[in-house]
Ligand binder design. Structure first.
Ligand code: SAM
Ligand code: DTB
Ligand code: SF4
Length: 337
């Protein structure tokens, strides 16, 4: 099998061996593969909006929005559709091609889903790609989202199955796989990745990547988040991850899922420009743009534009979102390298 054909049978030892490679060998390999499938100087940008904030029943140990921790976050009910359209319009004007709406729910109720569907329709009407992250979904809810024309559903595996219980106890790893299956079965593009720097081992990082790359189809988008340490959460105070270890994990995600967009996600605010540049070299080709993630900060737009200028990077233009889902990882707007 050639190394460009997507594989779904990686072993943990094989993945760990990639993570163990000398740094230069690993980056060379990741960048070589990256160039076969993508324009190396183009980055897809999405803007996030929290459409329902805080007071969440789940106990995810990293999260500012869990009702179980005292994080001094002001909860907010589900936003009116007009407010969402306003934010999406502003994001589009600034250059974002995808608008991602996140809600602090264990799962949406059918009634809440109705309002989210209105939001999806309205954002699509602006000509933007849509993504939502609403927690667990039933098969029927996934079908309703597909009928509304949703492009992407974000639902992260977060970490390895082995480490998972140290971070979350109110829903299982298996629950997450089931939601991803419902989304995939409807033909909605899957956005799924995880968080690094939660105290997990290198083997855990390999195991999380194995779960992602051995899904029946690679997620079209793979967000790699660096833990944003939020005061009041159990993971606040976790020892910081070596930045090179983060870059290595991005490189291995690129190698395992060569046609997927690998998203440099939360945590950029704490990363140096040099570290971000290494992540792009390792194959990251997507990121969140705008001063806010959901509840925490992101680098300002001026800083990102300056970074892109210094690195000669460009924003990817809006693809025809109606063709989302083509190919194993959906590299529909990749240049032929
Ligand atoms: N409530 C829904 C859920 O958990 O599925 C959707 C929103 S939730 C905030 C989306 C993802 O954001 C989480 O799965 C996690 O991977 C990421 N995330 C949340 N808080 C984070 C933090 N402090 N640092 C890094 N990533 C975080
Ligand atoms: C993802 O993987 N990262 C984004 C998005 N999916 C929804 C969320 C990051 C949240 C960071 C913490 C916060 O701002 O609340
Ligand atoms: Fe709730 Fe999602 Fe935060 Fe978990 S990650 S506490 S489900 S908002």
């Amino acid at each position: 099998m050639s190394d460009t054909e997507p594989r779904h049978d990686w072993s943990l030892d094989e993945i760990e061996a990639l993570l163990d490679l000398p740094f230069n060998d690993l980056l060379y390999r990741a960048q070589t593969l990256h160039r076969r499938h993508f324009d190396p100087n183009r980055v897809q940008v999405s803007t996030l909006l929290s459409i329902k904030t805080g007071a969440c029943s789940e106990d995810c140990g990293y999260c500012s929005q869990s009702a179980k921790y005292n994080t001094e976050l002001e909860p907010e009910k589900l936003l009116p559709v007009e407010q969402v359209v306003e934010a999406a319009t502003a994001a589009k004007q600034r250059g974002a091609t995808r608008f991602c709406m996140g809600a602090a729910w264990r799962n949406p109720t059918d009634r809440n889903l109705e309002r989210v569907i209105e939001m999806i329709r309205a954002v699509r009407d602006l000509g933007m790609e849509t993504c939502v992250t609403l927690g667990m979904l039933s098969g029927d809810q996934a079908r309703r989202l597909r009928e509304a024309g949703l492009d992407y559903y974000n639902h992260n595996l977060d970490t390895s199955p082995e480490f998972y219980g140290n971070v979350i106890t109110t829903r299982t790893f298996q629950d997450r796989l089931e939601t991803l299956a419902h989304v995939r079965e409807q033909g909605i593009s899957v956005c799924s990745g995880g968080i690094l720097g939660m105290g997990e081992s290198r083997r855990d990082r390999a195991s999380m990547l194995r779960e992602l790359s051995n899904l029946p189809r690679h997620p079209q988008s793979v967000p790699i988040n660096l833990l944003v340490q939020v005061e009041g959460t159990p993971l606040h105070g976790t020892e910081a991850l070596d930045p090179f270890e983060f870059v290595r994990t991005v490189a291995v995600a690129r190698i395992l899922m060569p046609t997927s967009y690998v998203r440099l996600s939360a945590g950029r605010g704490e990363m140096s420009d040099e570290m971000q540049a290494l992540c792009f070299l390792a194959g990251a080709n997507s990121m969140f743009y705008g001063e806010r993630l959901l509840t925490t900060g992101n680098p300002g737009e001026d800083r990102d534009r300056e970074l892109f200028r210094r690195l000669g990077l460009e924003f990817e233009q809006a693809p025809d979102s109606r063709s989302a889902g083509a190919g194993d990882g959906g590299s529909r707007s990749a240049a032929s390298a």
